[in-house]
Design a protein around this ligand. Sequence first.
Ligand SMILES: Cc1ncc(COP(=O)(O)O)c(C=O)c1O
Length: 364
Amino acid sequence: MVPPYIDALSPYEAGRRSEDVQRAYGLDRVIKLASNENPLGASPMALDALRHSLDNLHIYPNSGLDLRRVLADTYETKIDNVVVGSGSDAIMANIIRTFLCDEDEVLTTEAAFIGFQILAKSRGVRYRTVPYKHWRYDLPALAAAINEHTKIVYLANPNNPTGTMFTRQEFEEFYRHVPERVLIILDEAYFEYAKDSPRYPDSMHYRYDNVITLRTFSKVYGLAGVRIGYGFAHELLIRNVLKVKLPFEPSTLAQAAAIGALADKEFVHKSLELNARALRHLTGALQSMGLTVVPSQANFLMIVLDSEATAMNLVEGLLRRGIVIRPLRAFGLLNCVRVSTGTDDQVEACVEAFQHVLPLVLAR
Ligand SMILES: Cc1ncc(COP(=O)(O)O)c(C=O)c1O
């Protein structure tokens, strides 16, 4: 019954929940730095808006119209250019359903964001990749790899799991080589963390007809559990994506939370400040232990180890001390792990755990 391209997939494995790790290892405290969530929790203004929306739960949602309107105002664009969904991955799923035909191909980097890998492969089309160059998207190689079957090119900027970003100049040069019939998904899930860099190619500054920008409320706004994301594109692309979207997605609660969060400038500011501090501290401390840390523009960083065994032993050793990080085997990077940023205390505890566990792992 199951097509071979579905049979070959593995279900997505979420980062382990703190309660489960706590029980499994008999720990007093668990710090989860495995899923790039906001360590400050959810935006307080989002929580207020959520509470207010509880009175209307017996009414069907309006298909995202409220949030689309607010996003159009915020980003000074038309509502016809905005799509919203139950997380940016739901929008990605709709894009895949909308545009791909059986003979089309998808092109991206090796070890791309796992959510995209699963969605694209589940469509049963040819999935081609180009290796990283110094853990960054190799945009010239990607441009050269486009063929007559390429329908979608997926770029995440900043990228998960490497944390690296490509620059304005690199993107503009790449774009010159992409035929108009190729759709570029520009996944900006971590946009807020990188947007202040003058080299960051904020896709809202140049709207191309074949680019779909995707963003999320899961990261800096702290709403990962609510499932709400958004995107911008040419109205014709959006109109077609809306045809395949589930009619009542996103939920009333998710829309309300997102509208509240968008107005919460103070929370975003606090979150970005904490993230910058945490990244600096983590990067410096881990590098001073002799680890290869890839410089990150997001809310996590990637560590490159000498082998898969070292990576797995490190993950396991940290788990036993109550620190949950992410092995990147499922992404296709066997010898790499990813650590999300945390509060000051969480980062300190993480560094201490590394100091304890790393010598034991390396001595094995
Ligand atoms: C690059 C990238 N895109 C998309 C997502 C999914 O975001 P959402 O929670 O909006 O589905 C993530 C989440 O980790 C991500 O890292």
